[in-house]
Design a binder for this molecule. Sequence first.
Ligand SMILES: [Zn+2]
Length: 78
Amino acid sequence: MPVCPNCASCKTLKNGRIHNRKQRFKCRECGRQFVEHSPKKVIDLGTRELIDQLLLSRMSLARIARATQVSEPGQKTT
Ligand SMILES: [Zn+2]
C-alpha cells in the first residue's frame, strides 16, 4: 500500500477506482482520498536526482518526501 500524501501514514485502504481506472486509496488516519501516481507539480531535476539517491539508500518514501519537501500543499508539519 502507498503511504498517505497528507500525513505519510501507511494505514491506507483501497477505495475503488477513478475514471481512468487508476486505483484510488483512502487513508485511515486522516481520511484523505488519493490516487497513486496522480499528476503532481513538476519536480525539478535536482530534486529527482536527490530522491533517486535517497531511494538507493533505502530511506522510506515518507521520509524522502519530508527531506525533499516534495509533498502536497497543506501537509501538517510534525
Ligand atoms: Zn493520511
